[in-house]
Design a protein around this ligand. Sequence first.
Ligand SMILES: [Ca+2]
Ligand SMILES: [Ca+2]
Length: 467
Amino acid sequence: MQFRIFFLLLLSPSLLEAENLRVENPIWYFDQDGVYAQVWVSWENSWHHEQNHDAAWIFLKRQTLASPAEHILIAEDGHQVVDAVAGTFEIKTTDDRTGIFVQPSTSYRGPAQLTLKIRLEGEQLKGIRRRDFILKAFGLEMVWIPEGSYFLGGVDRQAIAQGAFFRVGAEGGGYYQIEQEEAEIPVGPTPGHLFYERGEGYSGDQQGTVPAAFPKGVDPFYIMKYELNQGQYTEFLNTLGPEWGPLHASFLERNEYADLRGHIQLEEGAYVCDEPKALAHFLKWADWMAFADWAGLRPLTELEFTKASRGPAPPSPGDYPWGNASKYQVKRFIGKTGVPGFHQGLSEAGLTIENRVQYGASFYWVFDLSGGMWERLITIGHPVGRAFEGTHGDGILSEEGRANNPDWPGISGEGEGFGYRGGGFYWAGKDYHDYNPFSPIAYRPYGSWAGHDGNVAYGGRLGRTDK
Ligand SMILES: [Ca+2]
Ligand SMILES: [Ca+2]
């Protein structure tokens, strides 16, 4: 039994395949001048163009057989892209050193095929018996969202009825421009303030102010390019040990899980997944926050969602993240097994600024912000949500195996402060409407609905402030 678990852990790189990101062959070694990890990182369709660029978020853990993995801190400097088959890539560290971003640093479009040498913080490894641990490396594809102002809201009657934000004005309202990251946003039915209708009652409390510290998306940040997949979630489960693993895999007890695109199973003490690219779903909010903390990321806000969707472009009635108000040209879909793909042989390599409608790609080339799984976001419609300060996970869960950032809502499995945007895909043949699978950017009928339970259409996407 023990041997089998270890064997599966060693084999785990095959599960690391994201949409197409691979983080493989991690080794660590102690040089005279420090401790290093070397990993192979590759993904398809990397880009750096005038507008922005993509990136991979890479983090490391060390694991024994029976206990939860321990996060490894990265050193401040001394990292190196040893070689890149094409393009010029740079490593960017973060101020908390929980991981690194690797990204194309000059104009580029093509595959990333890299060998990275990552210097580790040496203090944490003093005195450990190296043979007692295996090194594990993880990665998520990201998109960098640049600094800049943007517009919130919708002013057409349909959007207003769906809880869209608007700026209160003499003539009934307009779009609300967010220009400064740290400017408070006054909320209320007063001219010049941000406001929204209650709708069915899930759009929020109509109260404010949104504080200076609430992440607004003006400052640069990173957002996952795709929604989390089941292979990535399986990797997470396999680092948690025998007590925390089942806590975050409670979907396995649901009868419908395997019938509704669920591919994760527990076999002889290890989690396995036979369709790793299928979108992760049925996650509870608290599972999702545990993943965020574990990965050194954080939940995103509904303001950042808008920025990532629309960029600086002026809004128009019913607009989707791909820039127009029509959903019929989009060839992006979720297949029978839960794997996202493209209709009519479209390949992601062909994505351009001009044809992003077909790909369902946002202004910044983030996929499935509308459609795919519902986006679970921090809301400004509840005091607990407004108290969110955008702290990052540190890779370390609480003694109970949960996220423990005090400004994150709902980490215990109770409470409000988050909501749902963008619509979600349930299953083929279900009636299409305003939020199945696609929802216009501004619509937020459930923008402040804090549903904790998992569902076939609830997965997620995370991010990180660029600092
Ligand atoms: Ca989505
Ligand atoms: Ca933590």
